[in-house]
Design a protein around this ligand. Structure first.
Ligand code: SF4
Length: 68
């Protein structure tokens, strides 16, 4: 079971920096970033994407196994 949920909030300004550092992101036709895979076992490059985002729009939430 996946351990982390990846969320791009509506604070995204579509700057594309997350796309450059992590292949789990793509800019949609709306001009904003979306994660390709929303539930992952490892944070991997999602952490770098969250760090580089200038508006902190990328959230990585631990999934509580008891709630799923
Ligand atoms: S780095 Fe942040 S603001 Fe820029 S496209 Fe990615 S999620 Fe959006």
């Amino acid at each position: 079971m996946a351990k982390f949920k990846i969320i791009v909030t509506d604070e995204c300004i579509g700057c594309g920096q997350c796309v450059n550092v992590c292949d789990n992101y793509e800019l949609g036709s709306d001009g904003y970033s979306h994660p390709k895979v929303e539930e992952v076992d490892e944070k991997g490059c999602n952490e770098a994407a969250a760090d580089i985002c200038p508006v902190s729009a990328i959230k990585i939430e631990e999934i509580d196994g008891a709630k799923k």
